[in-house]
Design a protein around this ligand. Structure first.
Ligand code: SAH
Ligand code: SF4
Length: 357
């Protein structure tokens, strides 16, 4: 028997093609997307505006399959973390961060990550595999279903969970299509963010393919230091990365900016000189800087910069006219803060192998 198609893998265009192949009219796409994404009905038998024959066919050739939730933890500050079973003894993590006027869902794009940034817990876990579009969408649907009962909503979705989204392009692009699609989640392009450590060729494609917001994990203003903290920099150094940023900023019709993420590591990248170098690098770029206090995890020797140092660093950037904010650490008591998402990863590529990528 051929494998049934999980419909959560299909964006609107793919779904239209799927129905055309079944000899169905185009309006079936709209009907099905409404059942899944608006009504949260996942059983074909309950989709009563589809003919009985079509419902039977769908049960044979298609499915709407979710991975299982292993646990759901609530932090004291309202952050919620889901651990999701992706099979083969692997878990991924999804985090909801409520704020006064919005709620951000931080989703994973891979089981682990091969890029081995030295300050990142996911990087320490190694890499197992890419997530499918269905597994990415399932994270949003699962969170939506859980949050609905408590009257909370997801206003923003960020690819800042486990994994490097730009090493899983196709699945991430289709997921973005669905996040932006009015028939599915209908978020505006400013409310969906891909965060990347700088996979340059993929960023060039992304600039044209999906009109979402972009965050770049910069973390160092010089190649010498970035080569150590973000090893992919050896392959795609800062100059090339900044060129790709320029392509992104000039693509699309609307005005764009980039959020540059910078983890604050005590005595590593947090001096006055680093701040001056960063300001110089970002001069004239339509940028916002997000300083992230380092979140520690057991295998790491790094320490977080002091609040005073972060403030001084921020003031240098301010004085050079660079918009800068410091990210408040959230969800620490359930290990849900940035860089603490470790999941459980088996059969991983070894860290030493991952570094060669
Ligand atoms: N792979 C992508 C997205 C996931 S990481 C990327 O690197 O952009 C999401 C953000 O958390 C990145 O900016 C990453 O650099 C940051 N991060 C990773 N480990 C961290 C840690 N221990 N403390 C604070 N931020 C961390
Ligand atoms: Fe991967 Fe991002 Fe972590 Fe680097 S910071 S190891 S790219 S998840």
């Amino acid at each position: 028997m051929t494998q049934r198609q999980n419909l959560l893998n299909l964006n609107q265009a793919d779904l239209s093609e799927f129905f055309a192949k079944l000899g169905e009219k185009p309006f079936r796409t709209k009907q099905l997307m409404k059942w899944i994404y608006k009504d949260h009905v996942f059983d074909f038998d309950q989709m009563l505006n589809l003919s009985k024959k079509l419902r039977e066919t769908l049960s044979e050739v298609a499915c709407i399959d979710f991975p299982e939730v292993v646990s759901k933890n609530h932090a004291l500050d309202g952050v919620v973390k889901w651990v999701i079973d992706t099979g083969g003894d692997n878990n991924i993590e999804t985090v909801y961060i409520p704020e006064k006027d919005r709620g951000t869902l931080c989703i994973s794009s891979q089981v682990g990550c091969a890029l081995a940034c030295t300050f990142c817990s996911t990087g320490y876990q190694g890499f197992n595999r890419n997530l499918s579009t269905a597994e990415i969408m399932a994270q949003v649907l699962i969170a939506n279903l859980h949050l609905k009962s408590s009257g909370k909503r997801i206003s923003n979705v960020v690819f800042m969970g486990m994994g490097e989204p730009m090493l899983n392009e196709e699945a991430v692009y289709s997921a973005c299509d669905l996040l932006l699609d009015d028939l599915a989640f209908g978020l505006s392009r400013r409310k969906v963010t891909i965060s990347s450590s700088g996979v340059v060729p993929a960023l060039l494609r992304m600039s044209e393919r999906v009109p979402v917001s972009l965050a770049i994990s910069l973390h160092a203003p010089t190649d010498e230091l970035r080569d150590v903290l973000v090893p992919i920099n050896k392959k795609y150094p800062i100059k090339e990365l900044m060129k790709a940023c320029d392509v992104y900023l000039n693509a699309g019709k609307q005005e764009r900016h980039i959020l540059f993420e910078y983890v604050m590591l005590k005595d590593i990248n947090d001096s006055n000189e680093h701040a001056q170098q960063l300001a110089k690098l970002l001069k004239g770029v339509s940028a916002k800087v997000n300083l992230i206090p380092f979140n520690s995890f057991p295998q790491s020797d790094y320490q977080v910069s002091s609040a005073r140092t972060i403030e001084k660093f921020q003031n240098v950037l301010f004085s050079q006219g660079i918009r800068t904010m410091t990210r408040r650490t959230r969800g620490e008591d359930v290990d849900a803060a940035c860089g603490q998402l470790a999941g459980k990863i088996k059969d991983k590529t070894k860290r030493s192998d991952a570094r060669r990528n």
